[in-house]
Design a protein around this ligand. Structure first.
Ligand code: NAD
Ligand code: TYD
Length: 376
């Protein structure tokens, strides 16, 4: 089977590439990624030594590039991770979100349709090669925001509220339209907040870990009461794999971690877990950046005094919670990683991979941080 994985140098896409290579022997993968600030070739550097993996630097909106990939490789599966993915950035600059997330998706669908169609049936509908599928990686944010109770199911009305989630909703609708109109074999997965290795430190969990190691304040938006459902990234990869291979064509599958947490509780848990890990494993203290006026071995500064409540995100969704019972019932998928274990694995990965953090934040990150947090 030949996969086109877009956004495969980003957080979830790279984890998915590693998962595929480690799980399926008889595969070929083409990664298409334009390497925005969020994409980093270093993340899949080791994987690129594997002859089964090919990397193409290019934009999902570029039909020449995408057509060229289909011309050179008989793609069976497209898994579209490529996107602008950060809500805060979408509030500052919505346009690139609409361009990449909606028009990029449409361009991929067009190329897949062109290369996969084999003719027309008696009713004039296109017919397709066997064993092909387009999977759109979407988000629970398309369902909007919940109050204190309830869960998103696949039939919850779409009600996006941020430019990011609106653009992801637009993409979902165009995928659905290609499924209905052209009878293309498509699936959509909508997952909750992922966490784990290779997460760019603009999102809550890796940002908090990074700031602790730098002795910086830990910015909590609003009163910290917003709730997210956290899913360990490897569990998400397993869900996508199951939907690609066994999902019913045309269906949407929600993917969640059964793990709702308030932001403030996440931040406090990271502080206490990290402090304990650094106490028990002094060798990890080399990950602490030089903090002015403080001995490198002194970890007493890692406490809740680092927390600072800052101006809330505009239109901040209050709560996301997923009911994943459909994917469990139909495909037997369940989240396997307990949050308490997943967060330890994640923190350990960051303690051991500061080189990666330094590499991905070597560009405009400081400027971004100042712009985003300086004014809060
Ligand atoms: P990410 O921002 O870490 O990575 C996105 C990748 O896409 C990067 O490698 C970037 O270079 C690439 N990219 C961006 N624009 C591109 C373009 N025009 N052409 C080609 N490549 C481009 O994102 P992520 O967190 O890995 O998210 C992956 C997907 O999962 C996204 O579609 C996102 O909406 C969805 N999602 C993410 C989460 C989460 O918690 N991270 C939750 C739900 C859904
Ligand atoms: P984030 O990781 O950006 O994911 P999303 O907005 O897609 O859910 O944010 C997770 C939650 O953490 C969200 O409620 C916003 C909040 N948050 C903070 O409180 N401080 C921060 O510095 C960041 C980045 C997020």
């Amino acid at each position: 089977m030949i996969y086109l994985v877009t956004g495969g140098a980003g957080f979830i896409g790279a984890n998915f590439v590693k998962y595929l290579l480690g799980t399926h022997r008889e595969i070929q993968i083409v990664v298409l990624d334009s390497l925005t600030y969020a994409g980093n070739l270093g993340t899949i550097k080791e994987d690129l030594k594997d002859a089964r993996l090919t990397f193409v630097k290019g934009d999902i909106k570029d039909s020449k590039v995408v057509d060229g990939i289909f011309d050179r490789h008989p793609i069976n599966f497209v898994v579209n991770f490529a996107a602008e993915s950060h809500v805060d950035r979408s509030i500052e600059n919505p346009q690139v979100f609409l361009e990449t997330n909606i028009l990029g998706t449409q361009n991929l669908l067009d190329a897949a349709k062109k290369h996969w169609s084999t003719g027309k049936d008696d009713h004039g509908y296109p017919t397709y090669k066997a064993g092909v599928k387009y999977l759109q990686v979407s988000t629970d944010e398309v369902y909007g925001s919940l109050g204190a109770t309830g869960y998103f199911t696949e039939t919850t009305p779409l009600d996006p509220r941020s430019p990011y989630s609106a653009s992801k909703t637009g993409a979902d609708l165009i995928v659905k339209a290609y499924g209905e109109t052209y009878k293309m074999p498509v699936n959509i997965t909508r997952c909750s907040n992922n966490y784990g290795p290779y997460h760019f430190p603009e999102k809550l969990i890796p940002l908090i870990i990074k700031n602790i190691l730098e002795g910086k304040k830990l910015p909590v938006y609003g009163d910290g009461s917003n709730v997210r459902d956290w899913l360990y990234v490897e569990d998400h990869c397993k869900a996508i794999d199951a939907v690609v291979l066994r999902g019913t064509v045309g269906e949407v599958y929600n993917v969640g971690g059964h793990n709702e947490k308030k932001n403030i509780d996440i931040v406090k848990l990271i502080i206490s877990t990290m402090r304990q890990m650094l106490e028990e494993h002094p060798e990890y203290r080399t990950a602490i950046k030089g903090i002015a006026g403080q001995a490198r071995n002194d970890i007493s500064y890692i406490n809740e005094d680092l927390i600072t409540y800052v101006t809330d995100r505009l239109g901040h969704d209050q709560r996301y919670a997923i009911d994943p019972s459909k994917i469990t019932a139909e495909l037997g998928w369940e989240p396997e990683t307990k949050f308490e274990d997943g967060i330890v694995k994640t923190i350990r990965w960051y303690l051991e991979n500061q080189d990666w953090v330094d590499e991905v934040t070597s560009g405009d990150y400081q400027k971004y941080y100042k712009q985003m947090y300086g004014k809060r």
